[in-house]
Design a protein around this ligand. Structure first.
Ligand code: ADP
Length: 550
């Protein structure tokens, strides 16, 4: 038990057993519940599946009070209410779509319900109803589920969540419990400050999901070449996965393309994206939830509220935009604790799409933040060391860095098997292998010297210059530059990788530049592709390096 927290009493355990059917609390659950019972504020980051809901449901049941729970989705609330009713714990939800409203209100004001779920919009628009509830019955706790939604540094910002700051002012005596499954330290701070938590008890359980195997592969030429090998060929010639599978795609268009290719190849699958109407989406969700279909191809719109415990594989067909969204999305795999696999297929064009979306954001600070997250994600995908350590380090400084296990990630498997394909595939490592200790300084400086001239060009043009190419895209004045042809001794792949490494380590910057015209090969590949490109610029570190004569 954490220091200063007494063990639960017989009475606590009895309520836990009789209502919830559990024989003991998980260690962090009791710490939080104890703090709630002491009327303290809490900020909780808890790995999926640990048991967040008990933290607000138990105190209400135990004290026969009312907990008001803010949740972003009606479907999520309906599920929770149903679950509680099955345990004989009266609960309801308030918000648009609630049928027999007057009966629900009457029950609520008579103190029938232990847990009342509301949308953030309801808190904003109908706070008089809650004030009435406070007067008539009392509210013992406000719980804010999916609390990361209130921070724009999180991955799913919702402006309706931002307004939850009013709860403290309107109900100053009621403790607040903020819970989420993913929040970096910045997001945690934001949660505490937006909700005006008073000396909150902060609890962060381990983020690790040891049953998830992480892997990332470069996309090949076609969807089928990538995805079919992950499935089993049935006697009739159709393909099916070895368990429920979610395939995330970055856009509606790509989602539709992947669905049609898979179907043509004999894979039974459903589609889910925000362009479909509510009924269609619900039907797809339902089929997947009830095992009528094993594969659902979706945009991130297929997100919260997926409580299917036995998702065996999450595939990202296209790089995710940030470590947070990646972690949230793979979190939908293996909730039952059984081994599950998370596979990303990424390609060099993926970043471009994200950059385009980011460039449309209003706040400069937020844009910069999102670019930094994108760089982190791309570093994660390209790295050859343990992916679990990398992703966990993004969320917390306390990461167990003990020896790798074979069932951890593709990189650990390769390293344990003595597979050097990682190294061999890397031109940088190939150079390193040959010369043992290769010094990249002079190569890097050639790049910096070229970029310094303010050409505002992408990596491809940069490589043309360094390798002294005579192709059409090389402009006459580029040929007069001192670094034109200075990198002939290395091939294109070498330069490409070096530039990427310098971008990942923030020696170089990459930003989206709108060019407003097609380069001729982009037609039909999505607007973002031919309206803009990524220009390489000098990072702070490179400026310093150029000033340093050594
Ligand atoms: P989360 O929201 O954190 O993903 P849930 O609240 O849905 O998790 O709980 C996940 C699962 O863990 C549920 O099936 C729940 O019944 C179970 N659970 C929660 N607390 C306990 C406990 N103390 N003992 C045993 N099982 C628990």
């Amino acid at each position: 038990l954490p220091e200063g927290v007494p063990p639960p009493s017989e009475e606590h355990l009895e309520v836990l057993q009789n209502y919830f059917g559990h024989s003991c609390f998980r260690p962090m659950q009791w710490k939080i519940i104890y703090a709630v019972l002491q009327k303290q504020d809490n900020c909780v980051v808890m790995a999926t599946g640990y048991g967040k809901s008990l933290c607000y449901q138990f105190p209400a049941v135990y004290q026969r009070g009312v907990a008001v729970v803010v949740s972003p989705l009606i479907s999520l609330m309906e599920d929770q209410v149903m679950g509680l009713e099955a345990l004989n714990i009266p609960a309801c939800f308030l918000g648009s779509g609630q049928t027999n409203k007057s009966e629900v209100y009457q029950n609520m004001f008579n103190g029938v319900y232990r847990v009342v779920y509301v949308t953030p919009e309801f808190i904003d628009a109908c706070s008089d109803i809650l004030e009435n509830l406070m007067k008539k019955v009392g509210i013992m706790l406000f719980a804010i589920d999916e609390a990361h939604c209130l921070s724009q540094w999180g991955h799913d910002f919702r402006s309706s969540y931002r307004k939850l700051g009013t709860i403290r002012k309107k109900f100053p005596t009621v403790p607040i419990l903020a819970v989420t499954a993913t929040a970096t330290q910045t997001v945690q701070k934001d949660i505490c400050s937006v909700l005006k938590l008073r000396h909150p008890v902060v609890t962060v359980t381990s983020f690790d999901r040891p049953n998830l195997y992480l892997e990332a592969k470069l996309k090949s030429k076609s969807v089928l070449e990538d995805i079919l090998p992950l499935m089993v060929r049935e006697p009739g010639g159709n393909y099916s996965p070895d368990g429920p599978t979610i395939i995330y795609c970055p856009t509606k268009k790509i989602t539709e393309e992947v669905v049609s290719e898979l179907r043509a190849a004999g894979v039974k699958c459903e589609m889910y994206h925000a362009g479909m109407n509510k009924r269609e989406r619900e039907a797809a969700h339902h089929k997947f939830s009830f095992d009528k279909v094993d594969v659902i191809v979706a945009t991130v719109a297929f997100g919260m509220g997926i409580n299917k415990p036995d998702v065996r594989r999450v595939i990202h067909y296209g790089a995710p935009g940030s470590p947070e969204s990646y972690y949230q999305e793979i979190g939908r795999a293996g909730r039952d604790g059984l081994p599950s696999t998370c596979t990303v297929f990424y390609g060099s064009g993926d970043d471009r799409l994200h950059r385009y979306f980011i460039s449309t954001l209003n706040s400069e600070e937020f844009r910069e933040h999102q670019y930094a997250m994108l760089r982190k994600m791309s570093k994660f995908l390209n790295q050859t060391t343990c992916r679990r350590i990398a992703i966990l380090s993004h969320f917390t400084s306390k990461v167990d860095k003990t020896s790798p296990k074979k069932d951890c990630c593709d990189n650990c498997t390769k390293n344990l098997l003595g597979d050097t394909s990682n190294k061999k595939s890397s031109w940088l490592s190939a150079v390193l292998d040959k010369e043992d200790k290769y010094d990249f300084t002079s190569d890097a400086k050639k790049i910096f010297e070229t970029v310094k001239r303010g050409l505002s060009c992408g990596s491809t043009s940069l490589i043309y210059i360094l390798r002294g190419s005579k192709c059409q895209r090389v402009k006459p004045h580029w040929m007069k530059m001192p670094t034109y042809g200075a990198g002939k001794d290395k091939n294109e792949a070498f330069w490409k990788e070096l530039i990427q490494m310098l971008v990942h380590n923030e020696w170089l910057t990459e930003s989206l530049v709108s060019c407003g015209q097609s380069w001729g090969r982009g037609r039909g590949r999505g607007k973002a592709d031919f309206m803009s490109y990524s220009a390489i610029g000098l990072g702070e570190r490179a400026y310093h390096a150029l000033k340093d004569p050594n």
